[in-house]
Design a protein around this ligand. Structure first.
Ligand code: FAD
Length: 380
């Protein structure tokens, strides 16, 4: 594989960096503190084409690939991870519509998503089923030409912002194969019986909206089913492969920011009459952080490139996600340590990086689950 990005990809990286630095570098601490953000920034990002870049040109998107999506995630996350999530995920789940939806569903949902005129989220996790997705018990029972949905979902990104959620629901609970029990159904969030409550007090990515949602006899037309009935688990895995690598790319961006903040600090801070940067114990930390970040980046770029070539490597995607999660948590810890007491203060970006880093090990499949995928593949 040739690791040199194309001119277009380099231009995307440059434009994303300029946008993030211009629009939210100054306000990231405020958004983190207030657990909110300015929707105008999302709208502007959508107007400039940063949102839903993978949506086909036919439906108003840029028709770009997973690698370009990873570049965006990396550049936004290097400025602020909470804002990367708030601005880049409002199309989360539309990949399923694009890959498995009917022509009517694609024409209805994708153009407004690409323009930032509607927002969606993906609802898989439940209070009692996260890593063990097949245990999700929210039901969708067919009554005439409608599905009646009951249950609840937990930790749903954009849960209170979304116009639609694509939901992983049981449509065939008696199926002896637990991977054939679920389907994906679009739910408009203004349907009667739907409720969303924002979860406050998160450790990190506090600008982004995370919610608990519930369905109490929510009725949707059967035409809201996306893909084939009973194929929900396979569709979920398709989405996770795309998004996991994007999360790994977020880890790379955040680790780069940890390194940059550390370099700035050690070139200013004097102890025992010399700059921190002059001590070998400090230099070795910087070298480790650079090496880990670049190793993660190479894994991410290769895995994304393979997806775009139609040669998805599930093992590499899972390995990259697991590596980048551990790598960024370790890097953020080292960065904070090099800042000493100042790293403990909210006004120093490194504190936010330290808090934000942990999510890379949790969402879109925990580090343990990713390693289980890798090990299963090695032993098969
Ligand atoms: C900020 C945020 C945003 C999120 N956004 C979304 C979203 O938009 N949509 C959505 O559907 N979900 C979302 N999630 C949910 C996220 O994907 C889950 O939290 C994650 O998959 C883990 O599930 P869980 O929390 O139920 O943990 P659990 O599954 O209970 O796991 C707890 C711990 O046990 C470990 N573990 C579990 N099983 C095993 C095993 N067999 N062997 C070894 N270790 C094991 C896990 O690795 C983990 O460390 C979000 C979560 C957060 C925090």
């Amino acid at each position: 594989m040739d690791f040199e990005l194309t001119k277009e990809q380099k231009d995307i990286a440059k434009a994303a960096k300029e946008f993030a630095e211009g629009e939210f570098i100054e306000r990231a601490e405020e958004f983190d503190r207030e657990e909110t953000f300015d929707e105008e920034i999302f709208k502007k990002a959508a107007r400039l084409g940063f949102v839903g870049i993978f949506i086909d040109e036919k439906y108003g998107g840029a028709g770009l690939g997973t690698l370009e999506q990873c570049i965006l995630q990396e550049e936004f996350a290097a400025v602020d991870l909470g804002m990367a999530v708030a601005v880049l995920t409002p199309c989360f789940g539309s990949e399923i519509i694009q890959a498995f939806g009917t022509e009517e569903q694609k024409s209805r949902y994708l153009p407004p998503l690409a323009k930032g005129e509607s927002i969606m989220g993906s609802a898989f996790t439940e209070p009692d089923a996260g890593s063990d997705l097949a245990a999700a018990s929210t039901t969708a029972v067919k009554e005439g030409d409608e599905f009646v949905i009951n249950g609840s979902k937990m930790f749903i990104t954009n849960g209170t912002r979304a116009d639609y959620l694509i939901c992983f629901v049981q449509t065939d609970p008696e199926n002896t194969d637990k991977h054939r029990r679920h389907s994906m159904i679009m739910v408009e969030t203004d349907r009667q019986g739907f409720e969303a409550n924002r979860l406050r007090g998160k450790l990190g990515i506090r600008a982004s909206d995370t919610a608990e949602v519930s369905f109490n006899n929510v009725r949707v037309p059967c035409s809201n089913l996306v893909g084939k009935p009973g194929n929900g688990f396979a569709e979920a895995m398709y989405l996770f492969n795309l998004n996991r690598i994007g999360v790994a790319a977020q880890g790379v961006g955040l680790a780069r920011a940890a390194l940059e903040e550390s370099i700035k600090h050690v070139k200013k801070r004097i102890t025992f009459g010399a700059l921190l940067a002059s001590y070998q114990a400090i230099q070795l930390k910087l070298a480790d952080m650079f090496t880990w970040m670049r190793a993660g980046k190479n894994m991410v770029y290769e895995a994304a490139w393979r997806i775009d070539q139609g040669k998805v490597d599930h093992t590499l995607v899972a390995a990259a996600k697991a590596f980048c999660g551990e790598m960024v948590v370790r890097s953020a810890d080292m960065a904070l340590q090099m800042h000493g007491g100042y790293g403990f203060l909210a006004e120093y970006k490194v504190q936010r990086i330290y808090r934000d880093a942990k999510i890379i090990e949790i969402y879109e499949g925990t580090t343990e689950i990713e390693k289980m995928i890798v090990a299963r593949s090695l032993l098969a």
